[in-house]
Design a binder for this molecule. Sequence first.
Ligand code: SF4
Length: 328
Amino acid sequence: MVKAGANRDLVAVQGLKKYFETKKGIFSRRVRWIRAVDGVDFHIQRGEVFGLVGESGCGKTTVGKLILGLIRPTAGKIYFDGRDLAKMSDEELRRLRRRMGVVYQHPQSSLNPRMTVSEIVGRPLEIHGIAKGEEKEKIVLDVLKEVGLGPEHLERFPHEFSGGQQQRIAIARVLVLKPDFVVLDEPTSALDVSVQAHILNLLSDLREKFSFTYLLISHDLNVVEHMSDRIAVMYVGKIVEIAPQSELRDNPLHPYTQSLLAAVPVPDPKYKPKGIVLRGEIPSVIDPPPGCRFHPRCPYAKPVCREREPEFSEVEDGHYVACHLVRA
Ligand code: SF4
């Protein structure tokens, strides 16, 4: 169990699971379960950037959707500002969502192509009854300025912008409600490398200025390391390691984390990657391996790893890991 930081926590997740039902074939009656999230614990402190990293399909996007209340968990608890989401009425959830925002990977598909920038950014103010008319226009202009856009962009449509500018519009749409908590789901993965750093810097600046709390989801450890205060590493529906950013970089304990770090490109031809190089494919979340889910790919696997799931325990202050070979 991950120690919670009491009232410093904005989000706390306990034993969270999300299974999706699937059938083997269209004529099959046999139900199988996709164990997208299979018992995860963590907490996010106010003002913190909490990074969640892992390969595609490991369940990290599902974790984001669960916290945002977009889907219901199969089991486990989610607390936001100390309140259990499962015990909230629809009206309370609706009000809570005003305090949350999300920036998706593909801005072009998250922005309505028939709406102008002014309409896209101003719409949340109308939906939540915050402002209309001239007051709304002034707020929209102020927010556009914060993301590096100006009045000349107000009446233009999303397709008239580059990918980086579209992501700025998507960020402005979130910013306009001044949320406490923002899920950034692969916010730069669909962008050119040249604009990725600009968007990450913009998100960092906005966090400083507006005291946002971020859950940053990415398959790219480079991106997560760049922005996060603490990092959780996810593998096949489970969190295998959580540590402060510098501790995870300097002292990765889980072999999977070591393999992710070894894969981060370093611009030095003489650099020899430390740690292990990952081989094999990520296993299916429908029928994950028994014991430690990483054992088919782990060079240190022992017989116990195939039989018993390792506990997720704190080995140093704030450093949690799930591996039979790591002891406190
Ligand atoms: Fe490898 Fe075993 Fe540790 Fe899993 S528990 S990461 S298989 S050593």
